[in-house]
Write a protein that binds this ligand. Structure first.
Ligand code: NAD
Length: 265
């Protein structure tokens, strides 16, 4: 049975110490992050109440097929999302993972997020499984466009952004449902997951594959899993420890506790 604390939104001291001890004992630590880690930065996740999918039906807005047939829907959603992504700042959870890397205790961050907040917090090895919102490319001539250029070409989201050279639709470099992930990024993520003895799984619903399979890779090699989430789910059965609470509170507390245990503070 996993060790689960059920005090929601409270950082439990025993849980924090236990997580810190697991980090101390681990040799190769990797983090897997999802939309939940950026919620405290003001970017809604998909599935929580009030999340993006309550407003934008994933079948109409989130699939590759929908983008090909109705690209205007994507740009309509981007009009609302882009200001959130642009104004967001890394929160204490992103900063705590960057600090763990500096302490030699986080070899990489594998993220499902497209928001670039890990890099901005100082993490230097970030695998963006689902791509990035910061660039796009022409689906015909492959010319690359920056976010600023895409915003200008879509008139701030009021029209479909098209390549000025051949008038073909520009596809943002985010991975839509039904689209394959970059195979190099995915195979490095799988490699990291299967050679780590501890994975920190932060703000992930573990409903989106293939990312959701990565904790299994660590588990199969007898590695351990710590989940950081505001709610408990049936996936907690997989975890060795589930820390319930806001990641922006629990992760910094765990890093501080680790530093104390390791004699670093
Ligand atoms: P999800 O929306 O399915 O789940 C988010 C999880 O985070 C939930 O389990 C929720 O309980 C938890 N959570 C919410 N607030 C939290 C907090 N403060 N601290 C800890 N946990 C918290 O998201 P997902 O599993 O990451 O996958 C869905 C897809 O959403 C991904 O493919 C990703 O590309 C995309 N997405 C990205 C962003 C972003 O870049 N910030 C935002 C929304 C969606």
């Amino acid at each position: 049975m996993p060790f689960v604390f059920r005090q929601e939104f409270e950082v439990d001291e025993v849980c924090i110490k236990r997580a810190a001890q697991m980090i101390l004992e681990a040799v190769q630590v990797v983090a897997l992050t999802g939309a939940g880690i950026s919620v405290e930065s003001g970017i809604p996740d998909f599935r929580s109440p009030g999340g993006l999918w309550t407003k934008y039906d994933p079948l109409l807005y989130g699939t590759y097929e929908a983008f090909v047939n109705h690209p205007e829907r994507f740009w309509e959603m981007a009009k609302e999302l882009n200001p959130l992504l642009e104004n967001a700042e890394p929160n204490p959870a992103h900063i705590a993972l960057a600090e763990l890397e500096r302490l030699g205790k986080c070899r990489a961050v594998i993220t499902q997020n497209i928001d670039h907040l890990h890099q901005r917090a100082g993490s230097t090895d970030v695998l963006e499984l689902h791509g990035t919102h910061r660039s796009g490319h022409c689906t015909s001539c492959s010319r690359v466009f920056t976010l600023e250029e895409m915003k200008e070409l879509s008139c701030g989201g009021d029209q479909v952004a098209c390549c000025p050279h051949d008038q073909t639709s520009i596809k943002p470099d985010v991975v839509f449902f039904g689209e394959p992930l970059d195979s190099r990024v995915l195979s490095r993520a799988a490699e990291l997951a299967s050679t780590s003895d501890l994975m920190l799984v932060v703000g992930c619903s573990l409903e989106v594959y293939p990312a959701a399979a990565l904790p299994d890779y660590t588990k199969r090699r007898k590695g351990r899993l710590i989940f950081f989430n505001t709610v408990s789910t049936h996936h907690d059965a997989q975890a060795d420890l589930a820390c319930l609470g806001m990641a922006g509170e629990s992760l910094p507390a765990v890093v501080e506790a680790y530093k104390k245990l390791a004699g670093l503070s």
